[in-house]
Design a protein around this ligand. Structure first.
Ligand code: CTP
Ligand code: MG
Length: 386
């Protein structure tokens, strides 16, 4: 999938004298805020940012800071003098492999990840253009140039349309090359080429920052919670692996000589995997299975430190700081006491926050009691950085 974020507008109605996407909202620019939920999507996507031509270098730096380890999925190109030209520049930068494309206004900076996922899923399923829309609450009238009301429109038939808008890439590209006039949104251009467009439910958080009043609303939202959720969040992760006496034991990204190893993909390090799941869970960024595919060769023999470092980078990229992680190991062996402080220090460095490790047995009950394997439960506390 490809996501084009158009951010090349001047922001004349906001009237700040700088391109709107670079205007700060409580410590982070509109562009950075718009990108966080995009990089927070579960499925990786190519992200094309269409930035103001004369501030390309600055925009690229901001985008890379949000993308973090996902920077190889990021493309930054210069925009044109109209939104339509900017979208066309974004379309031209899409990877060959992209089948479905979402086009999104950077100015809708608070649009949550789930909205991108819902639009993408509907576009992929139907092959139609998909646009998120909200019912209108004001009565809408048509007036002429003198201010005289011509007619009142039937509100029940009207919707207010947002972005991201999703399309099959080939049809949208063809519609763009065929377009001879300016349209107010991508769906109008797509429909003018004869393709069907359907609406799905929009999200109030996807409002467009257009006027100084909208910016105040954005600042209030950012101050209050960083978006749709509280700034401080907890997460939980559990992992279980069976003993495999033939392999070495790796637990908490440390080698445990003389102890039976664990089976499983990578090195079976239940402790590191449970921590990764707790961190991803706290940030609402999926889980280790969806982030690190078992079919990805890079992780085949990888030790826990690889997963921990990448998970920490994913959270940082999505704007989260880690408060602490607490882990409990449920197992008959190995006995942790002798190496507990070494383990906690090692994990603390990898995670960049305190990690406390405790251990228990289960009174000889169940699979851990029988000594069939190890179970680990981890919880994490994270905070969305301001
Ligand atoms: N946009 C763009 N290139 C343009 C014009 C607009 O990429 N030549 C982008 C804007 O950056 C914005 C989105 O399209 O994210 C929606 O446009 P709008 O809200 O109208 O932004 P501006 O055009 O910047 O604002 P204004 O119309 O007030 O000047
Ligand atoms: Mg505009």
């Amino acid at each position: 999938m490809g996501v084009i974020i158009v951010a090349a507008g001047s922001g004349s109605r906001l009237g700040r004298g700088t391109p709107k996407a670079l205007v700060p909202v409580v410590g982070a620019s509109i562009l950075e805020r718009a990108l966080r939920p995009v990089f927070g999507m579960r499925a990786p996507a190519q992200v094309v940012v269409v930035a103001p031509a004369d501030q390309l270098a600055e925009a690229r730096m901001l985008c890379e800071s949000v993308a973090g380890v996902a920077s190889d999925h990021l493309t930054v190109v210069a925009g044109g003098s109209t939104r339509q030209q900017s979208v066309a520049a974004g379309l031209a930068a899409l990877d060959e492999s992209v089948r479905t494309v979402l086009v999104h206004d950077a100015a809708r900076a608070f649009t949550p990840s789930i909205q991108f996922e819902l639009v993408a899923a509907a576009a992929e399923e139907t092959g139609a253009g998909i646009i998120p829309a909200l019912a209108v609450s004001d009565t809408i009238k048509q007036a002429d140039a003198t201010g005289a009301v011509v007619r009142t429109l039937d509100r029940s038939e009207l919707v207010a349309v947002q972005t991201p808008q999703g399309f099959p890439r080939d049809k949208l590209v063809a519609a763009y090359s065929a377009a001879t006039e300016e349209y107010t949104d991508d769906a109008a251009l797509f429909a003018a080429a004869g393709h069907p467009v359907s609406i799905i439910a929009g999200d109030v958080l996807a409002f467009k920052i257009t006027t100084p009043w909208d910016l105040r609303r954005a600042e209030a939202l950012a101050r209050e919670s960083g978006g749709s959720t509280m700034a401080v969040r907890t997460g939980v992760g559990i992992d279980v692996h069976a003993f495999d006496a033939g392999s070495p034991l790796w637990l908490g990204a440390l080698h445990w000589p003389g102890e039976p190893g664990l089976s499983g993909h990578s090195d079976g390090d239940v402790l590191s995997h449970a921590i990764c799941d707790s961190l991803l869970s706290a940030a609402g960024l999926g889980d280790i299975g969806s982030r690190f595919g078992t079919d990805d060769d890079r992780y085949a023999g990888a030790h826990g430190d690889v997963f921990l470092r990448e998970t920490v980078a994913i959270l940082a990229g999505a704007g989260f700081e880690i408060g602490n992680v607490a882990v409990q190991v449920v197992a008959r062996r190995p006995k942790l006491a002798a190496r507990r402080s070494e383990l906690e220090a090692h994990l603390g460095v990898l995670v960049g926050a305190p990690v406390s490790v405790s251990a228990t047995t289960t009174d000889e009950l169940g699979f851990t009691g029988r000594g069939d394997g190890i179970a680990v439960i981890a919880t994490a506390l994270v905070q969305r950085s301001r």
